[in-house]
Design a protein around this ligand. Sequence first.
Ligand code: BTN
Length: 267
Amino acid sequence: MGFLTEEQVREARIGSWSGGRTVVLLETDSTNIQCRRLAEEGSPEGTLVVAERQTAGKGRRGRSWQSPAGTGVWMSLLLRPGCRPETVPMLTLVAALAVERGIREATGLASQIKWPNDLVLNRKKICGILLETRVTGGKTDFVVAGIGINANIPEFPEELREKATSLYLESGEKADRAALIGRVTAAFEEYYRIFLESGDLTPLLSEYNERLVSLGGAVRVLDPKGEYGGTCLGINAGGELLVKGEDGQVTAVVSGEVSVRGVYGYV
Ligand code: BTN
């Protein structure tokens, strides 16, 4: 299929942001870094940076993100939500919904969400999302929504094989990456507007919970203050995960502070 061109990505973009700035790079450090740079220069909301290869791809919790050339979708979208900084973490859940829908529309594959914002297919990770925010004077200046989709990656290093997969490995078919980018950004725009209008996740709650891989299942909450097990009841309007402990008590788990695993491993 070859490398993505700026023209292909621009043509595939739909929605009101589609006329905006689209940058496609053959190689860069991290699309999040480049998108932030454009944000600081005053680029408008909807600006999109895509790279074929990242040399310093960033994952959550300071990890690195493997970003091989020509087979993934490594992209960052610039948002200027103007919402209170406390509500920005909810945007990561909005992003997960958008990517799930984008993947489904572009490929027909139905993935699931691992709270708060990983996407899994057959219980292995196919997408990670990293939001980076700049707050000035107590106000949200901008948010860079970084999305990494393992689209057509043909194989993973041994140590990742248990946990990670690609759309190609699961379906046997190569995804059209430009179409994927177009669908994801369009879905993002739609969910983002619904979220901004409501101010929280209320209108997206049932859709999110339906896609949650662990809904109704047993999970382990890896709280630094002490691990515990429970049943996953879904998220609340603030994006916290409700877990019912063995004592019947329901705890709202806040993302970022605590991670949640299935009892049998990653999911
Ligand atoms: C995770 O750890 O799950 C989040 C991974 C996010 C990776 C994407 S790839 C595009 C964007 N640029 C980066 O440097 N990271 C994000």
